[in-house]
Design a protein. Structure first.
Length: 252
């Protein structure tokens, strides 16, 4: 039986929303919302942080937390450190974004199911883009796009729109092609995670600022699970206000 651990990387510093993990949504901090939802699916959940304020907040609600180095460049690096410290008996590490207060159980379950296939080394999520959001939303570089093959293995991730629809005026692209956007929730076999963090940066990664391109460039396959349920990330003060309104209306 595959053993899973969920790790939530959490930094205090954020260019657009400093102290984001400790921002309150209703009666809980953002990090507590994420932790509580993850713990309904995963048998073990831990927050990985380099900030004592976040660590103290996690301890206050009874969560598990591990202090990590301050030099990590990504959440994947932070997950690898925690995995090495406390998760030696876990087969798969789930890297949970700490800024999604309405994390859906289905997202975690879809990722976990990917590892029923012994060939899966890395898995992540994608969702079909809603044409009703309009072309500008699809064009946004803050919304990474992904294309994948018939076996649901990622071919490429980009901040640009992919695929390009040839011989069609761009205003009609949403009518002529199906686009998928990436949901940045990852899971890796523990042995693969150790390999990934040892890889040097790749030119594609540095161009797009997408770490998963390092893995593709090195020859790793990334399994894509498709969900119809979209997520809400809190990246800006406006996002935080929207999350607070949604929570007050639905008490999700």
């Amino acid at each position: 039986m595959t053993r899973f651990i969920g790790i939530i990387p959490a930094r205090y510093a954020s260019t657009r929303l400093p102290g984001k993990p400790l921002a309150r949504i209703g009666d809980k901090t953002l990090i507590e919302h994420v932790y509580t939802r993850a713990a309904t699916v995963l048998p073990q959940v831990t927050v990985a942080t380099d900030d004592e304020r976040i660590a103290d907040a996690v301890k206050a609600f009874g969560g598990n937390v591990v202090m990590t180095a301050t030099t990590h460049r990504s959440g994947t690096d932070r997950c690898a450190e925690v995995s090495a410290l406390i998760a030696s008996d876990s087969d798969v590490v789930v890297n949970i974004q700490g800024d999604e207060p309405f994390l859906d159980a289905e997202h975690l379950q879809l990722l976990m199911e990917c590892f029923n296939n012994p060939d899966t080394a890395i898995a992540t999520l994608a969702t079909r883009f809603d044409p009703g959001l309009g072309f500008e939303a699809l064009f946004s570089p803050d919304t990474p796009k992904v294309v994948f093959d018939a076996g649901f293995n990622a071919l490429y991730f980009s901040r640009s729109i992919i695929p390009y629809v040839r011989d069609v005026e761009w205003r009609q692209w949403l009518e002529r092609a199906t686009f998928y956007t990436h949901i940045g929730l990852y899971a890796y076999r523990a042995s693969t995670l150790r390999e990934l963090v040892a890889l040097p940066p790749s030119p594609l990664e540095e161009a797009e600022r997408l770490e998963q391109l390092r893995w593709l460039s090195a020859g790793y396959r990334i399994r894509i699970a498709v969900t119809d349920k979209r997520s809400l990330s809190v990246d800006t003060p406006a996002d935080l206000e929207a999350a607070r309104i949604l929570y007050s209306q639905s008490k999700l």
